[in-house]
Design a protein around this ligand. Structure first.
Ligand code: URA
Ligand code: SF4
Length: 253
């Protein structure tokens, strides 16, 4: 698909966002995205998935090998763990829309095996892809966003944001009532075997805080949200409001 406006090309996914987007329109447009060079890597664009009225948007890093082949987010090992953790945390799947900061699988061929090895997307790739995530957030207006791992957290909360310092905590943001940040499920899967069970328990404990938050009544009143145009993709500094909100009183395990 050709970019919408070649004259004012941004060299990012923004060139491909359709006017008056709906989820199906966004998904169809994203399938032809060439907002960065990663479209050459993957089998297909892996767009977000979930109900239009989801209360929670969960943001991962990028599709993995299984997701690239299936064309759906979080269907591989990380997704299986995520499903178990949602269940254990009391978060209903019908409340959740899952997506990624970057919509194409970035990989390199392993020299010895034929496996495709995951490569972390760089700042330019994340910046180029962010308009899709921004559009998903604007459209769904979720109560809560959950960032899994450093890439998603930094994409929405700033490059200096440290997920290790703020795991399981709610951060203030104009994008939603709260942005919760935790580790990526692949980090749990990679934990040394003697720490694996603890890592999974801590991950579930982080998500349980999200589950508890959702039990509270929704905040009313119009958000000055992404739709006001204040959202600045991939902010270069940490948002001043990236501090613990009242919902994080019981912040330890
Ligand atoms: N890891 C991610 O970050 N996203 C996926 O969709 C799958 C694995
Ligand atoms: Fe477009 Fe994102 Fe894929 Fe780059 S990674 S081509 S910006 S969908």
């Amino acid at each position: 698909m050709k970019p919408r406006k070649t004259a004012n090309s941004t060299g990012s996914a923004a060139d491909f966002i359709p006017p008056r987007p709906t989820l199906p329109k966004l998904r169809a447009a994203a399938a032809g995205c060439r907002g960065c060079h990663l479209y050459k890597f993957g089998t297909q664009t892996v767009f977000g998935e979930g109900p239009r009225d989801a209360k929670v948007i969960v943001v991962g890093e990028q599709p993995g090998d299984a997701e690239d082949k299936a064309g759906r987010p979080f269907v591989g090992p990380s997704g299986k763990l995520l499903d178990r953790a949602f269940d254990a945390a009391g978060i209903a799947r019908e409340d959740v829309y899952v997506t990624n900061a970057v919509k194409h699988f970035k990989w390199a061929k392993d020299a010895r095996s034929k496996r495709r090895i995951h490569q972390t997307p760089n700042a330019a790739e994340i910046r180029a892809c962010l308009p899709w995530l921004q559009a998903e957030i604007e459209l769904l207006q979720p109560r809560v966003i959950v960032c899994l791992g450093a890439i998603a957290s930094k994409a929405l909360l700033g490059r200096t944001f440290s997920v290790l310092k703020r795991r399981g905590l709610a951060n203030e943001s104009p994008l939603a009532e709260a942005i919760f940040t935790t580790v990526h499920p692949s980090a749990v899967l990679r934990a040394p075997s003697d720490q694996r069970a603890l890592a999974e328990r801590m991950f579930i404990a982080d998500l349980r805080k999200v589950g508890r938050y959702l039990q509270k009544p929704a905040r009313t009143g119009k958000r000055t949200s992404a739709s006001t145009g204040k959202f600045s993709p991939w902010p270069t500094t940490e948002l001043p409001s990236a501090t613990s909100s009242a919902s994080t009183r019981s912040s330890r395990k």
